[in-house]
Write a protein that binds this ligand. Structure first.
Ligand code: FAD
Length: 534
């Protein structure tokens, strides 16, 4: 009986969503009166800019672009749409670093959060306001803020969030809508797990403060919610004392099984439980574990980081030629003046018994800020060569631990190897499922304690991105046929069937219920193509 009732509820929800979506798709009859009343921009330059993102694969023109000066401005725009007989869709563009048009709104309005950043700058408003509570320090940051600015200002005050992305020129709202992952996630959780409170504008235009205690349904919906339930205008994030320095190590492997075994071992040696009041003194575990592929097609250093000394390039390249693929394990441990004497010894202890290739150990000691901002120099270099704004047919996946060997043999050693086109970074590192909160919208493999993330961060030419797209499709088909239960991170699908599969029946039902509760007229984030057809 339960399953029949469940089926009926889901069918009803889908049909309600379908009706509303159809209504919206005839939509976006944004009148000139409305455009001038809300100070919307509809000049060709603004429209063109809002129809582009980092992916450079999808281009949808909005009807207008909104430059907010305050969260209230955004709330008023959403309310206008919500109360209109023909609501228009609204997307928030943080930095536009999506790759498949997720921040676009074809025929609707794009809220350009850059305007809010500029407004804050001109008012000399800080990107982070640090506050003290009994449990520790927190920072209030705007949804429009860049993590790079948050880091700079927080570190100046001697504090920092514990969880990051590899690249920091992304907005707080943009990464919290997805998850926000990096080598710290195994230990500190994704960025969505360090949020304690948010101000959110719902699809009804209401500005609501939410946390896991107050308006908790909205709080959990928005984190990892792909922008579907509300617009984040403020997040309160946990802070801890900022470390000063980082010991950063890379180890090379030619054996995938040894590489993953070591990664899994390292993420299981968790030190003392870390909270935002913790000063890390006796925490001996690593702070960051990632990994990547080195393939004969690609250069040894790439835009994500240059690490290996030039003198060693020939011997690494010759190894890559010999083995076709090398696996590079990347680790980091934070330290400060007090722990400087111990860090080498601690790292040595942690690396004991690992199976990397003898003689292929590399290390650096850099400042904490330099480590976190490590991708920026590569970006600036590519920008100067006009190689940053090219198409990026990326594919990011989560893969259960028990299936990672099958993935290696079917994808890395077969599809990627045969197609021989991959030149950008391919990342691979494990995370602990226990660090993800099930109540949040983010969808991860639920079956096992550990899952891997694999990121194919391809750059291509304008004439050959379809070859990468075909490779991505082949990878997904292979996983499907082989029963490898992958989930896309930064997902993009074009049918509701695929979205249902992505979330799984229970999570999808909750997702639909939350959509009807917080954005019943399907106004927000149409570029994700979950409830709105293009
Ligand atoms: P946008 O692309 O502008 O928006 C993305 C989605 O979020 C849209 O649906 C938008 O409507 C919604 N959104 C944006 N702002 C808000 C808001 N305030 N409230 C509600 N919804 C909002 N991700 C990682 O997890 N780890 C990484 O290490 C990492 N590295 C990256 C490196 C590069 C070079 C790039 C291009 C991307 C990387 N990403 C990484 C992916 C990135 O986190 C996501 O693409 C993220 O959404 C980008 O943030 P943005 O500000 O550009 O968001």
């Amino acid at each position: 009986t339960y399953f029949i009732l469940l089926l009926i509820t889901i069918t009803r929800l889908i049909s309600t969503v379908g009706n509303k979506t159809e209504h919206l798709n005839n939509n976006s009859l944004l009148s000139s009166d409305l455009i001038s009343r809300h100070n919307l921009h509809d000049d060709p330059e603004s429209l063109e800019s809002a129809s582009r993102d980092f992916g450079n694969l999808v281009h949808h023109l909005p009807r207008a672009v909104f430059h907010p000066r305050s969260p209230q401005d955004i709330a008023s725009l959403v309310k206008t749409s919500y109360e209109s007989p023909a609501p228009f869709t609204i997307s928030v563009k943080g930095q536009g670093h999506s790759t498949r048009g997720q921040a676009m709104a074809r025929g609707g309005v794009v809220v350009d959060m850059r305007a809010l950043r500029e407004e804050n700058n001109s008012n000399k408003k800080k990107n982070i306001r640090v506050i003290w509570r009994e449990e520790g320090y927190y920072g209030d940051v705007g949804g429009e803020a860049l993590w790079a600015d948050v880091l700079r200002e927080a570190a100046e005050m001697g504090v920092a969030p514990a969880s990051w992305t590899d690249y920091l020129y992304l907005t707080v709202g943009g990464t919290l809508s997805n998850g926000g992952i990096s080598g710290q996630s195994f230990k500190y959780g994704p960025q969505i797990s360090i949020v304690h409170e948010m101000d959110v504008i719902t699809g009804k235009g209401e500005l609501v403060t939410c946390s896991s205690h107050t308006n908790s349904e909205l709080f959990h919906a928005v984190l990892g919610g792909l922008g579907q339930f509300g617009i984040i205008t403020r997040a309160r994030i946990a802070l801890h004392p900022a470390p000063k320095m980082v010991k950063w190590v890379r180890l090379l492997y030619n054996d995938f099984s040894a590489f993953t075994k070591d990664q899994e071992r390292l993420i299981s040696i968790n030190g003392r439980k870390h909270n935002n009041n913790d000063n890390n003194d006796d925490d001996v575990a690593l702070d960051y574990v990632e990994g990547m592929l080195l393939m004969h097609q690609g250069p040894i250093n790439n835009w994500r980081s240059s690490f290996f000394p030039l003198a060693d390039h020939p011997r690494i390249i010759s190894l890559v030629t010999q083995h076709s693929i090398l696996y590079c394990l990347e680790l980091a441990k934070y330290y400060d003046e007090k722990s400087e004497n111990n860090v080498d010894k601690e790292m040595q202890g942690l690396l004991e018994g690992l199976s990397y290739m003898p003689g292929f150990y590399y290390e650096k000691k850099v400042s904490y800020v330099e480590f976190l901002n490590r991708v920026r120099s590569g970006e600036l270099k590519l920008q100067s060569q006009r190689q940053w704004d090219v198409p990026h047919p990326w594919l990011n996946l989560f893969i259960p631990k028990s299936q990672i060997m099958d993935f290696d043999s079917g994808v890395f050693k077969n599809i990627i190897f045969k197609r021989n086109i991959t030149t950008g970074p391919v990342l691979i590192y494990p995370m602990n499922r226990s660090k993800w909160d099930k109540r949040m919208s983010a969808s991860i493999p639920e079956e096992e304690d550990i899952f891997y993330t694999v990121g194919f961060l391809h750059s291509s030419g304008f004439d050959n991105w379809k070859a990468f797209d075909a490779q991505n499709k082949e990878i997904l088909k292979f996983c499907n046929d082989a029963g490898i239960k992958v989930k896309q991170y930064l997902p993009h699908y074009s049918t509701q069937e695929d979205w249902t599969k992505h979330f799984g029946p229970n999570k999808w039902r909750t997702f639909l219920e939350r959509k009807l509760q917080f954005d019943p007229r399907m106004i927000l984030s149409p570029g994700q193509r979950i409830f709105n057809k293009d």
